[in-house]
Ligand binder design. Structure first.
Ligand SMILES: [Zn+2]
Length: 93
């Protein structure tokens, strides 16, 4: 529930702790599913793709409903790539 452009220094300690716990949970779930394969370079030693991309809540889902609140996910340009977020769940502050 944190917008990607939020300065880390603006987050409270409890919010940082919650964010770290959530990041740990997401990374553990991703590893259990073989990771996230964005293209053919991201495969395991057997050449198999990871399946976590199917579980991503925002990335690659521009225009589709947020799985938490139903608001369409927005894509923003970020350096050479893109950032995806829910404008309601991840408000810029
Ligand atoms: Zn949302």
């Amino acid at each position: 529930k944190v917008h990607g452009e939020t300065a880390a220094s603006s987050l409270s300690k409890p919010r940082i702790s919650t964010l770290i716990d959530a990041a740990r949970d997401v990374m553990a779930a991703a590893l259990n599913q073989g990771g996230t394969s964005f293209d053919s370079l991201y495969v395991d030693v057997a050449g198999s793709s990871g399946y976590f991309a199917r579980s991503l809540n925002a990335y690659g889902r521009a225009g589709r409903p947020c799985r938490r609140c139903g608001t369409p996910i927005v894509r923003e340009k970020l350096m050479n790539g893109s950032s995806y977020s829910c404008p309601l769940c991840q408000r810029k502050r």
